[in-house]
Design a protein around this ligand. Structure first.
Ligand SMILES: [Zn+2]
Length: 284
């Protein structure tokens, strides 16, 4: 697919176009010298991304089933994490894909809905799973203020052109005290490690991934917007169909998780996906 590309300022601080960091094919990740944010520059325009995401998710039933199996361990962990804080309520899953996560939460007694930009994923979630799905992106869905008890986003934030606008919108639609759960990939440490040994790789999912958040960066963004009590964790791993990817996901996921618990939930193993939970401040 051909992408229309554009050069952009840092999506977080708007202070710079960034210094080159890694290349993959014709794509370049840069680091902002002001805030250290790592992002793709130039990057596809929003219109080309919207077209791209119409084809991003699989179409055939066996592939959808594999997708479900791949995400299941991560969804189960996240559902348990949310249950530790709240038994039920209204939940919105942003970038919900086929709707498997809100479907799981509905089974657990939540009034759960999703937001999705891919028409065929949306059709599946509505027609096969019977879920309520709003057409995305979130910023255009015009949902009411203070409406949800929980908002979730699995592997979404790194795909967004305007992550700050997305986080602000999550904050606006959450009730005071409501919780946000984001699962995101964190690829930079592995990229740096492999570059040190001169090993070529394509670990960034380019141009789908527009940025790479570190736990520190995501916490700074969340706090700037008004979220509080951020908790980071490592837990659960995806199960891709490809045997190599599956093995490394299980291996690094389990190792990262073991170190996380052994360190008293402090050590966030670099390079594996992270989950962050944050709360909208209670009204005074
Ligand atoms: Zn910046």
């Amino acid at each position: 697919m051909d992408f229309e590309m554009e050069e952009v300022d840092c999506p977080i601080c708007e202070g710079s176009r960034g210094d080159p960091l890694h290349r993959e094919g014709s794509f370049q990740m840069v680091r902002c010298p002001s805030c250290q944010f790592i992002f793709l520059n130039p990057r596809p325009t929003i219109d080309s991304l919207l077209r791209f995401y119409q084809e991003y998710l699989p179409e055939e039933e066996p592939s959808i089933e594999s997708w479900k199996k791949m995400m299941e361990p991560v969804f189960r962990r996240a559902a348990n994490l949310i249950s530790q804080h709240r038994g039920n309520g209204r939940l919105l899953d942003v970038g919900t894909g086929f709707g498997f996560f809100p479907f799981e939460m509905k089974k657990r007694g939540w009034e759960a809905a999703g937001i999705e930009i891919s028409q065929r994923a949306m059709d599946y979630a509505r027609d096969v799973l019977g879920m309520t799905i709003f057409p995305g992106p979130l910023e255009k869905a015009a949902l009411p203020d203070n409406d949800f008890d929980a908002v979730t986003g699995f592997y979404v934030v790194e795909h967004l052109s305007h992550p700050m606008a997305f986080l602000r919108e999550c904050h606006r639609i959450l009730r005071p005290g409501g919780l946000l759960v984001l699962r995101y990939s964190h690829t930079i440490p592995i990229k740096n490690f492999l570059r040190f040994f001169g090993i070529k790789n394509r670990l960034y999912d380019l141009p789908a991934h527009l940025s790479d958040f570190s736990p520190r960066m995501i916490q700074q963004c969340l706090e700037r917007i008004g979220f509080e009590k951020c908790q980071h964790s490592i837990g659960g791993y995806t199960l891709p169909v490809d045997l190599g990817k599956r093995t490394s996901s299980i291996l690094f996921g389990s190792f990262g998780e073991a170190l996380y618990y052994l360190s008293g939930k402090k050590f966030l193993f670099p390079g594996v996906s992270k989950t962050v939970l944050a709360f909208k401040e209670e009204r005074i």
